[in-house]
Design a binder for this molecule. Structure first.
Ligand code: F6R
Length: 240
């Protein structure tokens, strides 16, 4: 793993955006797996800007979502679905045939996991995966205690994830379960970017870097990834 520290969120986001653009230049048909959340929002905005400036086409790429809140409809602005459409797919003009996101309203959770596993097996490995880090060290919805050999699964969300997750929603919602690409598939990504910014992530990043690599704190797995880059700003780095 490589650790890159940036002076602020803007320079971190610019660097992450440049890496996404470089990946697509290298491999126009790249399979990209993207997280949602506050951390990567600016990165996606910059990807859109750079793609326009440089005339980079994403029309041959395929996108998969990293995770989703089960039971939250796609039109809810707090859903991962809504986020990805708003911040990246619509601005980049991505065609629906280039995207596969989890169906949060599925009646068959097992089949929903199976679809993603099949898709990754057929189209994968993922060329570039961008993830954030939860306040409890989760990656996607791979919560503390998730095995390193886990593929796509339904997760019962940790108390921390349920309460922190309310920030994405305009009204109070019940978020008890998530569906997520598993840690094994995260580790199989050819390139793994893990982003964190802000003071509140400082104790989290301290654990990611210093604590033993363990399912107790899933984000520690970045340290085992051959092409893993942990990208943090100076605030998130302040406890190192
Ligand atoms: C969301 C996701 C989550 C977030 C994490 C950090 O798709 O995968 O694991 O990356 O909870 O969220 P923010 O960026 O809002 O601090």
């Amino acid at each position: 793993m490589e650790l890159k520290t940036f002076s602020d969120h803007a320079s971190l986001s610019a660097a992450a955006a440049s890496m996404i653009i470089a990946c697509v230049k290298r491999c126009p048909g790249a399979l990209l797996c993207l997280a949602t959340g506050d951390t990567p929002k600016l990165t996606y905005q910059m990807v859109v800007e750079y793609a326009k400036q440089e005339g980079i086409s994403f029309e041959k790429c395929f996108f998969i979502g990293l995770d989703e809140w089960l039971g939250i409809p796609p039109e809810n602005s707090g859903s991962c679905h809504y986020f990805l459409h708003t911040h990246i797919f619509k601005p980049l003009g991505i065609h629906p045939s280039q995207v596969y996101l989890f169906d949060a309203l599925t009646r068959d959770e097992e089949a929903e996991c199976e679809k993603m596993n099949k898709l990754i097996a057929e189209k994968g490995p993922v060329d570039l995966m961008l993830v954030g880090v939860g306040m409890n060290g989760h990656v996607g919805f791979n919560e503390p205690g998730t095995g390193l050999d886990t593929i796509t699964h339904v997760a019962i969300l940790d108390e921390v994830t349920r309460s922190v997750g309310q920030k994405y929603f305009q009204e109070k919602v019940s978020i008890s379960k998530g569906i997520t690409v598993g840690l094994k598939q995260v580790m199989q990504a050819k390139n793994l970017l893990m982003l964190a910014n802000g003071k509140k992530k400082a104790p989290v990043i301290q654990q990611v870097v210093k604590q033993e690599i363990s399912p107790k704190f899933p984000a520690t797995i970045i340290r085992m990834h051959q092409n893993g880059i942990l990208m943090i700003d100076s605030e998130a780095a302040s406890a190192l």
